[in-house]
Structure formats: structure tokens, C-alpha cells
Design a protein around this ligand. Structure first.
Ligand SMILES: Cc1cc2nc3c(=O)[nH]c(=O)nc-3n(C[C@H](O)[C@H](O)[C@H](O)COP(=O)(O)O)c2cc1C
Length: 269
């Protein structure tokens, strides 16, 4: 399955069919996780957690028996790096028929942190259940999806700009970046806030975070994880379009709207 296809078909799965994660799928996911790097080169340790043995659960998830969690040193760019790496695992799981849901808030955080033996100076930003989607979503899942309008995304030209923030970029004028930016648009985000913005300047695309009020009881910026996910989608889709890209930290100094901060630049080459 191509990355852009997984990006289009993936959705958060909160109702699983109760079948335990098959050993070969678990093995494939963990082998893939070892390869899921990020532009910051930050190492992340991945762990599979047996929900029953450890007593772990999430109030919004039913029918799961396994979670995956990642932990890393707390350091600058940890959030974007985590989003970038974890989303590759999420898309890989999708490609082999395993459902996931990014979870940062709706869990007993201290129980999960204990299960991964989180140490001082480390963070475990998110976890995800792993399993096989049930045929029918639970009532709660349906209601949650409606509550955050999970099936919709902002229009292309609300998110992406041509050279400066005062010039919206419609999809049909995005040229070589159209498919990669559309992959960003479809990305999952906490409470479906879609905080990514991008300004296209020729062969460079500058990514920004528009800061909203997503409250999770942690002392790091959850929306930076969303931007890491967006960067991952962008790079995977660009690669599929045979555009080699890499990320740099070179703020172009563009005028930005209120509450908007520069995150990273993606450049051809
Ligand atoms: C960083 C992050 C944290 C999230 N945390 C939660 C969570 O705690 N509980 C939950 O039910 N969904 C959570 N989600 C899932 C989002 O609500 C979901 O991705 C969004 O509504 C879009 O729906 P979709 O994933 O089905 O496309 C999170 C997503 C992201 C990216």
C-alpha cells in the first residue's frame, strides 16, 4: 500500500473486535518501529504493552488487548520528532490492517508511564491501541467523531499560503507540492485542531504552528506533535512524487499572524 493511500484510508479506531494482536503483526510493527526515524535524529524507545496483564485501558477504547507506547529524552523538538516517528508506525499499521488511535489525553497517564518505566528527564507523549477494527463503531466512538468533526478537515487554502501569509494557496496552484500538502491536510491532530500552516516559497515549504487551546495535563506542547505528523505526511507524499526532501531549521523571517510560530522548513534535496 502506498503511503498516500494509507493517509487517505486511516482513521482513528476506538472500537476493536476483541481479537488479540497476532504475533506476526506485533513482530512486523516492532521491526518497523526500529526504522521509524525523524528529521531531528532523536532516538525513541518503543514498547508493546499487554493491556490485560498490565491493567491498562482508555475510557474511549473498547475491544483492544495491546497498546504501543514510545518514550524519549525530554529535549528541544522532542514533540515534532515523536509525531514524525509515531505517525510512520501508525501508517505502517494501517498498511497491514491494524487499527490505531493516537492517545495523549484519554488515558490514565501515570499507569501508562509506570508500565513503560518512565524515568526522570523522559517523556511518553502518546500511546495507541493496536488491534483489528470491529465492524461497527461503538455509540461513544460515533459521538466522539461527531464532537470533533473527525471526518472533516479545513479547506486547502485556509492552511497553505503562497510566499506570504496574506496570499492563500488554492490546491490547483500548488504545483509540485499539491499532493504533499493534501497529505498534510488529511493528517490526524489532537481534537482535530489541524494547527499546521505552511508557506510555499518555490522549492522551500515553511511549516508553522498556529497555537490554540488544546488542553492536556502535561508540560509540553501537544500541537507540536501534530506538526511532526504533518511533516511526516509531507515527506512521505513528496517521496512518492519522486521529490527528494529534507528538513532544516532556517526561519525565513516572514511576517506571521498572531499566535503563529515557525517550526521547520522542508527543502528539495
Ligand atoms: C497528538 C494527538 C493526540 C490525540 N489524543 C487523543 C485522545 O487522547 N483521545 C482520543 O480519543 N483521540 C485522540 N486523538 C485522535 C484525534 O481526535 C483524531 O485524530 C482526530 O479527531 C481526527 O480523526 P481521525 O484520526 O479519525 O482522522 C489524538 C490525535 C493526535 C494526533
Amino acid at each position: 500500500m502506498k503511503a498516500t493511500e494509507c493517509i487517505r484510508t486511516r482513521r482513528s479506531v476506538r472500537t476493536f473486535n476483541g481479537e488479540p494482536l497476532r504475533a506476526d503483526d506485533a513482530q512486523k510493527i516492532m521491526a518497523f518501529a526500529e526504522t521509524a526515524g525523524n528529521p531531528y535524529g532523536l532516538p525513541i524507545t518503543w514498547e508493546l504493552l499487554d493491556a490485560k496483564k498490565t491493567g491498562l485501558s482508555s475510557p474511549v477504547i473498547v475491544g483492544e488487548d495491546t497498546y504501543i507506547a514510545g518514550k524519549m529524552r525530554r529535549m528541544p523538538h522532542a514533540e515534532e520528532a515523536f509525531g514524525y516517528s509515531f505517525e510512520q508506525i501508525v501508517l505502517f499499521a494501517e498498511s497491514i490492517g491494524v487499527g490505531t488511535t493516537w492517545i495523549a489525553g484519554t488515558m490514565d497517564r501515570s499507569a501508562f508511564e509506570k508500565a513503560v518505566s518512565l524515568e526522570t528527564g523522559e517523556v511518553m507523549p502518546c500511546v495507541s491501541p493496536l488491534g483489528y477494527p470491529a465492524e461497527k463503531m461503538s455509540l461513544r466512538e460515533n459521538m466522539m467523531r461527531k464532537g470533533v468533526k473527525a471526518d472533516s478537515r479545513f479547506p486547502f487554502s485556509d492552511l497553505f499560503f503562497d510566499g506570504s501569509f496574506d496570499k492563500p494557496l488554492p490546491a490547483e496552484r500548488a504545483g509540485q507540492w499539491q499532493i504533499a500538502l493534501e497529505a498534510v491536510r488529511l493528517a490526524p491532530s489532537a481534537v482535530n485542531k489541524q494547527p499546521w500552516r505552511a508557506v510555499v516559497c518555490g522549492d522551500r515549504v515553511h511549516f508553522y504552528e498556529t497555537r490554540g487551546k488544546v488542553r492536556v495535563n502535561v508540560d509540553w506542547d501537544i500541537q507540536r506533535i501534530d506538526i511532526g505528523i504533518a511533516m511526516c505526511h509531507f515527506a512521505l507524499a513528496a517521496e512518492e512524487c519522486h521529490i527528494p526532501v529534507s528538513f532544516l531549521l532556517e526561519d525565513p523571517g516572514l511576517a506571521v499572524p498572531a499566535n503563529t510560530v515557525y517550526i521547520a522548513t522542508c527543502a528539495v534535496g
